[in-house]
Design a protein. Structure first.
Length: 424
């Protein structure tokens, strides 16, 4: 039986596994490394976060994004966005350098059994672990507006379903949303001469400003320090102190999680949107959509009244993700129902990212209500990985193994050597 089974091989899962294996835990990670970044983001996109805020986490500050970029001759500079393809390749390099080989099978079911958990892979093999870390990213939590549900992918798709927008050349596409994904996808579509409109509830588009220089006069840095989530003391607190965020009153945490760092476009995509012939319709929501003669007939309504109707070939919903308990279908029903929940059906997560199901640890988006906005970004992995492994070690230290003895924290196994390779 393994000490820890890590389900998910994105930035959080790979970081957790790197810390666990470095501490000598018998940890195994499942999933296709960086799948979301490799297969579910259109080519031509860039990271919104700064390169120095986009590192996966390994002990000793090793295997950083800038180190990988230096190896392949790509600049990783403050204020210069990194292509998504480069970041995905970095994640694969990180996995080769920091971990024993990843098991690339997908996990289909996680169930509680005596002494731990049974994890069933896509080919039917069942493996057992004394603890599980669920770090399965964003894809299970795709959110579609109610009016678009039930329509086929011929007409409607979530923004995370696309790696290549070329299929829409010459078509008419409606993008729903006002955040980075919506704005960058709309720009990419317009640049390939797709007819594009944006429909969003927001009354105005919000844009992030150009970041100030990394080196600034001390009084400017004191007034608005850099952080992994942007400048300012509030963002610094969210980015660097998730453990302190968890100690805020729940009502305060809920309000911040719902409103902080809301939909906004990066400064570098603004001019691309402004110079493109994009039909932008703000303050409106899609209230109905139905197929008509091979296209989609869409009706929108404004907050102040007034209905608009139009035809389009396809709707791309860049409408985000909702990490609710009912969407955690990889967990067996009995495990899922053990998770303590809030009114909005999000699971409660405690110290060390422990869930209400003993031995099950959660990471990533689903932990935002407890650990704050950083959990929606790659930067959050730098706090999550060591803190979650701390939680796993505390849990394992209290669990008797066969024969009744308790395994001490930390040194259950000699650390598995991971030889650094020179490949890129």
């Amino acid at each position: 039986m393994h000490d820890l089974l890590v389900v998910g091989a994105g930035p959080y899962g790979l970081s957790i596994a790197a810390h666990a294996q470095a501490r000598g835990l018998d940890a195994r990670v499942f999933g296709r490394p960086m799948q979301s970044w490799r297969d579910h983001m259109p080519r031509g996109m860039f990271l919104k976060s700064e390169p120095w805020a986009s590192n996966l986490s390994a002990p000793g500050d090793r295997f950083r994004l800038d180190q990988y970029c230096a190896r392949i001759g790509v600049a990783a500079e403050h204020g210069r966005p990194i292509p998504v393809e480069t970041f995905a390749s970095y994640g694969l390099w990180f996995a080769r350098q920091a971990l024993s080989p990843v098991d690339e099978r997908m996990v289909e079911d996680i169930d509680a059994v005596p002494g731990g958990f049974a994890v069933r892979t896509e080919d039917g093999e069942v493996l057992r672990g004394r603890a599980v870390a669920l770090a399965n990213g964003l894809l299970p939590y795709q959110h579609l507006p109610e009016a678009l549900r039930g329509l086929t992918e011929d007409h409607v798709s979530h923004s995370s379903r696309h790696s290549d927008l070329g299929r829409f050349r010459g078509a008419d596409v409606t993008v729903v949303g006002a955040g980075q994904a919506a704005l960058e996808i709309a720009a990419l579509l317009a640049e390939q001469r797709t007819r594009v409109r944006i429909v969003a509830r927001a009354r105005r588009l919000e844009w992030n400003t150009v970041p100030p220089p990394w080196v600034r006069p001390w009084h400017q840095s004191l007034r608005a320090p850099h952080s992994g989530l942007g400048c300012g003391w509030r963002n610094w607190f969210y980015a660097e102190k998730p453990g302190a965020f968890r100690r805020l009153p729940e009502r305060t945490r809920a309000a911040i999680a719902a409103s902080a760092l809301g939909p906004a476009g990066a400064w570098w995509v603004r001019e691309r949107v402004d110079r493109s012939a994009i039909d932008i319709r703000l303050g409106r929501a899609i209230v109905a959509a139905r197929p008509v003669s091979g296209r989609l007939h869409v009706r929108t309504a404004g907050a102040a009244g007034g209905v608009e109707e139009f035809g389009t070939d396809h709707v791309i919903a860049a409408t985000g993700f909702q990490a609710t308990r009912d969407r955690m279908t990889v967990l067996a029903p009995g495990v899922r129902h053990m998770l303590a929940q809030r009114a909005e059906d999000t699971p409660w997560v405690g110290r060390g990212f422990a869930s209400a199901c003993p031995g099950l640890f959660l990471a990533g988006l689903v932990t935002t209500p407890d650990y704050g906005p950083a959990m929606r970004f790659v930067h959050g992995a730098s706090y999550t990985a060591p803190a979650l492994v701390d939680g796993v070690e505390r849990y394992l230290s209290r669990q008797p193994r066969r024969g009744g003895s308790v395994i001490p924290v930390g040194r259950r196994h000699a650390p598995a050597p991971v030889a650094a390779t020179s490949d890129t």
